[in-house]
Design a protein around this ligand. Structure first.
Ligand code: HJL
Ligand code: ZN
Length: 179
């Protein structure tokens, strides 16, 4: 029987971006396959402490909801705020991990995630969503070339590609699509 010291639980390390992207991918795998969108997973993280503030995946929340949207909605709900005011409760150095670049256009006509992220951080004037880490660009399947990254960067939110999981992310994202 092993009677040595108990190994320490994996500590959150705000610089280990691949570790967070793996956790976002775990979220994506919870999403129900559907031919009309991608299965995406996302996290909100306090970049100062490494604490995970919220997790979300496509179609997790009621209605036709995206992963990033669910993260914001769930954190807002925990703090008794409507989604658009979630910035009031977020730490000053919040970052988002998402397996796929935030959307800038939705076939359903719902508010795209890039706009939700900008709204979140602009309404308080604190600009507390500092960075978006993304696993892959959005494939050109539903809306042509996605301009989400461009829009966020024009607003001053840095977008950083975390390499290493692209193949897995895309296979999870497109499960349920016609071949
Ligand atoms: C991201 C998601 C998700 C997408 N992208 N970043 N997170 N589902 O959770 C982008 C894709 C849209 C389609 C269909 N997917 O989802 O472009 O029905 O899913 O509004 O444009 O639009 P709706
Ligand atoms: Zn979206």
């Amino acid at each position: 029987m092993w009677d040595g010291p108990i190994p320490p639980a994996e500590k959150p390390d705000p610089n280990n971006h691949l570790q967070y992207m793996r956790l976002a991918l775990d979220q994506a795998q919870e999403s129900p396959p559907k031919p009309s969108n991608f299965r995406v997973g996302a996290l909100l993280v306090d970049a100062d402490t490494g604490a995970i503030l919220s997790r979300g995946y496509t179609l997790e929340c009621e209605g036709n909801t995206h992963a990033e949207q669910c993260c914001l909605l769930k954190y807002a709900k925990e703090h008794n705020l409507p989604e658009e005011r979630v910035g009031e409760a977020l730490p000053l150095n919040t970052v988002i991990y998402t397996t796929m670049e935030p959307c800038n256009l939705r076939l359903s006509g719902n508010l795209p995630c890039a706009d939700r992220i900008i709204r979140t951080t602009s309404l308080t004037g604190k600009r507390n969503i500092k960075k978006v880490y993304l696993g892959v660009k959005e494939p050109e399947k539903f809306v042509g070339e996605n301009q989400g990254r461009k829009k966020l960067e024009e607003y001053g939110i840095e977008c950083i590609h975390v390499p290493g999981l692209e193949e897995r992310i895309l296979s999870v994202a497109t499960a349920g699509h016609e071949q």
